[in-house]
Design a protein around this ligand. Sequence first.
Ligand SMILES: Cc1cc2nc3c(=O)[nH]c(=O)nc-3n(C[C@H](O)[C@H](O)[C@H](O)COP(=O)(O)O)c2cc1C
Length: 325
Amino acid sequence: MYILGISFGKKNANTDILVKEALYGARQADPEADIKFINTVGLKIGRCIGCGACSTRLEKGGDNDCVVKDDFQMLENEVRKADCLIVGAPVYVLQPVGQFKDFVDRFSCRHDVSAVNWVLDRRRTGEMPGDPDAFPQERLKRRTVSYISVGGATTQNWVSMGTAGMHLFGISVMMKVVGNYDAHNMGTTGNPYLDEELINNMHEMGKRTVEAYSMDDKDIKWYDVQGQGTCPVCHQNLLTVNGTTTVECPICGIQGKISIEGDKLNVTFSEEQQARARGTFAGLREHTTEIQGFGEICGPKIMANKEFLERQMERIKNFDKCINE
Ligand SMILES: Cc1cc2nc3c(=O)[nH]c(=O)nc-3n(C[C@H](O)[C@H](O)[C@H](O)COP(=O)(O)O)c2cc1C
C-alpha cells in the first residue's frame, strides 16, 4: 500500500504537523505501508491555462497528460500512485490556499473517471482512435482520502469554505472521502501539539483512512467527530438557496428539500439524488453528456453568424485601439 500525505502549508508549520500526525495514525493501520509526505510550498505549480491539449490528446488516441511542464507532474504522479491520501491545506481568505486550487484545476478534469471512460468506450467501438488498453488504468484506480483544513480564526466564521473547498480535490477521480477536519483556531492554539484532542483526532482520521481502503464503500462510516453535516454525501453545511423549499449542495450538486420545525431546519436528500452526486460515476456522467452536447448546439449558431462574430472579435483583439476611437 502507498500512503501519501500532502501539505499545502508552510514547512514544519500547522498543516505539516497535522498531516504528519495523521500519517502516524495511518502507520498504525498498516505497519508495512510505504508512506511519503510532500510539502508543496516550494513547488512551482502554475495555473491551468485552459489550452485543452489534454482532452485533444486523449481524443486523438494519446494519454491525458498536461502539456505545461513544472513541478505539477511530480505531485500528480505521486497522487496517481497513492492508494490512501491525507491532504491538508491552510485557509487563505475563507478557502483553501490558491496553490491547492491550481493543483485541483490541473489534476481533476483530466482524471474525470466518466470523461476518460467515455473516450475509452469510443476507442473500443472504433469511433475514436487509440488502444483502450494502452491508457494506464492506475490513473482511475480506487483511493481513500481525508482532508484537513487549517485556519487561524477562533470561530468557523472565517473558514466557511475551508473543508468544503478541499472536497474538490478528489471528486472527479471518485476518491472515497473518509473524513475531513476543520482545524481552525490556530491563532490562539499556538501550536497543534498544545491541543491533545486535535492530535488524537488526526491519528484516528489517518488510521481510518487506511482501514477504509480494504472495506466496501457501503461499510465505510464518515469520520464524524465534528458531526455528520447537512449533506449526507460530502457532510458539508453549505447550501444554495433559490427562494423555494428546494436547496442544493454546492459541492455534490444534489437537490434536497427543506422543512422548518420551530427553530430547527431539516434538509432531506432522497436516495435518488444521493446516487447522482458529483463524485459518483452517474453524477460525473451527467456532466460528460452535457459537455459532449455543446458542439452540436453552438456549432450551427457560430457558423450561421460567422461574419458578425468575426467583426465583433476584431473589437476584442484590437481593444486598446478600439476603446480610444
Ligand atoms: C494571506 C493569508 C490569508 C489568511 N486567511 C485566513 C482566513 O481567511 N481564515 C483563517 O482562519 N485563517 C486565515 N489565515 C491564517 C492561516 O490559515 C493560518 O495561519 C494557518 O495556520 C496557516 O497554515 P500553516 O501554518 O500550515 O502555514 C490566513 C493566512 C494568510 C497568510
